[in-house]
Design a protein around this ligand. Structure first.
Ligand code: HEC
Ligand code: HEC
Length: 350
């Protein structure tokens, strides 16, 4: 698998993709949109995923979806990806603040929602995975999650009554291997595109936000968008937003870089669908958006790596917010819920 495809190749591909997207058109009343095409709004950034060695097909997507819902990927056959990533809550985990793996083993962090993954530079809270294809390995081989081994998974799939046929239909091969397996999983995850919220309808000129949501949007733009930036609502950086005074129990990004300046920093999460993905923060410490805003207002604790944005000129920490501002912010954040995504039958288990 060539994950370091040259930049030139990538641009050529993007150009091609652009042509496909244009020809599939947004003109209303024409041919129906192909549900297996990687379609996204023009205000999204360019995808980071290179599709040249893994173009999305209907068969590949459906195979990836079947695998996503299949506990065969875990050592004892009890846990599927879908146990921890549930569509109704934007593929986050509503049932368990900290995820529970096989034999009820307790993980370390909260499962994030899964959407718009084809635009991401890094994955998981500390950015320890740098390519979407490799995310399933992280779950499958993690002793606290599925505790399996990719080569055993391939053996189980090869001996299965249905999978060999499904791999042949998707990739034209009789040999199931790790690369095809990871490609199928990526195809399913790539099409988890969420861009149909009220906020998107506003951007597309189809709807206007309520006055309160508009007030919330302008507060958001001035105080939150430094980090929760752009169409993805994240600048994809790693920051410390004042959750802990000591970073021993989970050093976050420093686990990957070993840099002191990264201790206690975590990926800035997207806030799309945030009203559906409670609980919040990597350690799931907050159950509601009200609690999150109280944290930004008065709950921050200091440490060396606290983001400078949160140091006020008077020496206080955080982002001061009045009750009225909090209310408006929450009404705005609720406009980021993409109800069509949460119940899109394309993602239902077959
Ligand atoms: C036991 C629960 C559990 C299972 C099973 C599980 N995940 Fe996850 N997933 C998590 C947690 C927790 C994280 C965050 C991990 C971290 O930051 O260390 C995560 C992170 C991810 C991410 C990164 C999201 C982001 O925003 O960075 C993706 C993608 C993902 N999982 C896909 C999958 C796939 C595909 C499977 C099946 C092969 C799977 N997960 C199985 C709990 C789970
Ligand atoms: C300096 C960067 C920065 C600023 C400014 C910022 N955030 Fe965050 N935000 C983060 C980081 C980093 C996290 C994840 C922290 C963690 O889990 O360790 C986060 C997490 C969140 C979460 C939890 C999301 C989830 O899925 O768990 C919400 C909600 C949130 N921020 C809302 C806001 C709002 C509203 C504002 C403005 C009042 C704001 N943030 C300002 C960096 C920032």
């Amino acid at each position: 698998m060539d994950i370091n495809a040259s930049v030139a190749k990538r641009w050529a591909l993007l150009a091609l993709l652009g042509v496909t997207l244009l020809s599939q058109g947004c003109q209303k009343g024409e041919e129906p949109v192909d549900p297996y095409a990687f379609n996204y709004p023009d205000y999204f950034p360019d995808p980071t995923y290179t599709f040249d060695n893994n173009p999305i097909t209907e068969q590949g997507f459906k195979l990836g979806k079947k695998l996503f819902f299949d506990p065969i990927l875990s050592r004892d056959g009890t846990i599927a990806c879908s146990n921890c990533h549930v569509q109704a809550v934007a593929f986050a985990d509503a049932a368990h603040p900290i995820s529970i793996g096989i034999e009820e083993r307790i993980g370390k962090r909260n499962a994030p929602g899964l959407f718009n993954l084809g635009f991401r530079e890094t994955f998981i809270w500390d950015g320890g995975v740098t390519h979407l294809d490799f995310v399933p390995l992280n779950a499958i081989e993690n002793p606290l999650e599925m505790d399996d081994d990719i080569s055993l998974v391939i053996q189980k799939l090869t001996a299965h009554p249905e999978y060999p046929t499904l791999f042949r239909q998707a990739f034209g091969t009789d040999t199931i291997n790790g690369a095809y397996f990871l490609h199928a999983m990526a195809q399913f995850q790539l099409l988890l595109i969420s861009a149909g919220s009220e906020y998107d309808q506003m951007l597309q000129g189809e709807k206007s936000l309520t006055p309160l949501a508009k007030t919330g949007l302008s507060i958001f733009e001035s105080r939150c968008a430094t980090c929760h930036d752009g169409a993805l609502f994240t600048d994809q950086s790693f920051r410390n937003n004042g959750l802990n005074a000591s970073h021993e129990s989970d050093p976050g990004r420093a686990l990957i870089t070993a840099a002191n300046s990264d201790k206690g920093t975590f990926k800035v999460p997207s806030l799309r669908n945030v009203a559906a993905t409670s609980p919040y923060m990597h350690d799931a410490r907050f159950g509601t958006l009200e609690e999150v805003l109280d944290h930004y207002d008065v709950g921050m604790v200091d440490s060396e790596t606290l983001d400078p944005v949160f140091r006020q000129p008077d020496g206080s920490l955080g982002i001061p917010l009045t009750d009225a501002e909090k209310k408006a912010l929450i009404v705005f954040l609720e406009t980021l819920t993409d109800r069509d995504f949460l119940r899109n039958p394309l993602f239902f288990r077959n």
